[in-house]
Write a protein that binds this ligand. Structure first.
Ligand code: ATP
Length: 303
C-alpha cells in the first residue's frame, strides 16, 4: 500500500532563513506521525507546504502515492496552530457553516459526539474555554471526514486534563484508521500518540523512528537525580564519587535538580551506600524522549 503521505527533499527559503532544508519522509496509512523540534525548526513551514498553504518551494509532495490533485483539499482536515472564529456564532452554527462547505461531510451528530461538544452546542465561540475551543477546532478539521488529519500544536496552552481529553479524541480518530500528522512541543504527547516521530532542527530531520526505538538507540543509561537544595552531600563531592565508578557519566543542567546520566547504576548505588551517603532524596529514572530531544537539539533557546 502506498504511504498516506510522502515528501521528498522539501526546501523552503525565506530571505535570510532556510526554513526547510531538504526534508524527506513517508507516512504509512493509519499511523500518527509526529514532527517535533524547537521553536523555529521548520515544522509549521513543512506541514503548510504539504497542506498547500505555502507556495514557491522545491521538492515533491505525494498523497497516497501520487501528486496532489484538487481532491486533496476535500480529503484532508487541518487544525491550524491559531484560528479565529466568528465571535458571535454558536458552536452549532460554526459546525453547520463548515459542514455546508463539503460534498460528503461526516454526519454532524457523529462529529459532535466524537469531539464531545454535546453540552456546549448553544454556547457562543467567544465564551469557550481553551479546551472547548480546541475541541471545536478539531471538530471543524474533522467535518469533511478526512482520511488525513493535520494537527499543529493542538494542545498548546491547555491544562493537563483538557490535554488528556484531546489525546483520547485523537486515539479514537486513529482507531478509525485515519492518518494523523501532529506537531507538538510536548514530548509526552508525542510519546503517547505517535507511532513514529521525526525530530526537526534548523530545517532538517536529525532523527526519526518510533519514540521507544529513538530513546533506546540514542540514550544509554539512566538518570540519577537529586535536588539542588536539601541534600546532605554537595553536588561536587557527589559527582566526584560517581565519576570514579562511572567515568563516562554526564552532568545535566536541570532547573532545581542535579541530574547525572550514568550507565553503571547498580555499581554507583552500591558505592554510594558503602560511603554511607544518604540516598533518600535521590531518584533514578529511565531516559525519555525529552532527554533525547534536549540531547539532540541542545538546551539553548533558538530564535
Ligand atoms: P514553532 O514551534 O515556534 O511554531 P516551527 O518549527 O513551526 O516553530 P516555522 O514556523 O516553520 O518553525 O519557522 C521556521 C523558520 O522560518 C523560522 O526561522 C521562522 O522565523 C521562518 N519563517 C517562517 N515563516 C516565515 C515567513 N513568512 N517569512 C520569513 N521567515 C519565515
Amino acid at each position: 500500500m502506498a504511504p498516506a503521505l510522502e515528501v521528498r527533499d522539501l526546501v523552503k527559503h525565506y530571505p535570510g532563513v532556510m526554513a526547510v532544508d531538504g526534508i524527506s519522509f513517508a507516512i504509512p496509512q493509519g499511523i500518527c506521525f509526529g514532527l517535533i523540534g524547537p521553536n523555529g525548526a521548520g515544522k509549521t513551514t513543512t506541514i503548510e507546504i504539504i497542506e498547500g498553504i505555502i507556495p514557491h518551494y522545491s521538492g515533491k509532495v505525494l498523497y497516497n502515492g501520487s501528486s496532489k490533485t484538487s481532491s486533496f483539499q476535500e480529503e484532508v482536515g487541518i487544525q491550524f496552530q491559531a484560528t479565529s472564529l466568528f465571535s458571535f456564532l454558536t458552536v452549532q452554527e460554526s459546525l453547520e457553516t463548515f459542514h455546508n462547505l463539503y460534498r460528503e461531510p461526516m454526519p454532524l451528530g457523529k462529529v459532535i459526539r466524537l469531539c464531545r461538544l454535546e453540552d456546549i452546542l448553544s454556547r457562543r465561540n467567544n465564551k469557550l474555554s481553551g479546551g472547548q475551543k480546541q475541541r471545536l477546532m478539531l471538530a471543524i478539521a474533522l467535518v469533511n471526514d478526512p482520511n488525513l488529519l493535520f494537527l499543529d500544536e493542538p494542545t498548546t496552552g491547555l491544562d493537563p486534563q483538557a490535554r488528556r481529553h484531546l489525546w483520547e479524541i485523537v486515539e479514537t480518530i486513529k482507531a478509525q484508521g485515519k492518518t494523523v500528522v501532529l506537531t507538538t512541543h510536548y514530548m509526552e504527547e508525542a510519546q503517547i500518540l505517535c507511532e513514529e516521530i521525526a525530530i526537526i532542527d534548523q530545517g532538517r530531520i536529525i532523527a526519526q523512528g518510533s519514540p521507544d526505538d529513538l530513546v533506546r538507540n540514542h540514550c544509554s543509561g539512566v538518570i540519577l537525580s537529586f535536588p539542588k537544595n536539601g541534600c546532605a552531600i554537595s553536588h561536587k563531592l557527589f559527582s566526584e564519587k560517581i565519576r570514579l565508578i562511572c567515568p563516562d557519566m554526564k552532568i545535566i543542567d536541570a532547573p532545581n535538580r542535579y541530574e547525572i546520566m550514568i550507565t553503571e547504576v547498580n555499581l554507583c548505588i552500591e558505592a554510594l551506600l558503602r560511603d554511607g551517603i544518604d540516598l533518600s532524596l535521590i531518584t533514578i529514572r529511565p531516559q525519555t524522549l525529552e532527554d533525547l530531544f534536549l540531547k539532540l537539539t541542545g538546551r539553548q533557546l533558538r530564535q
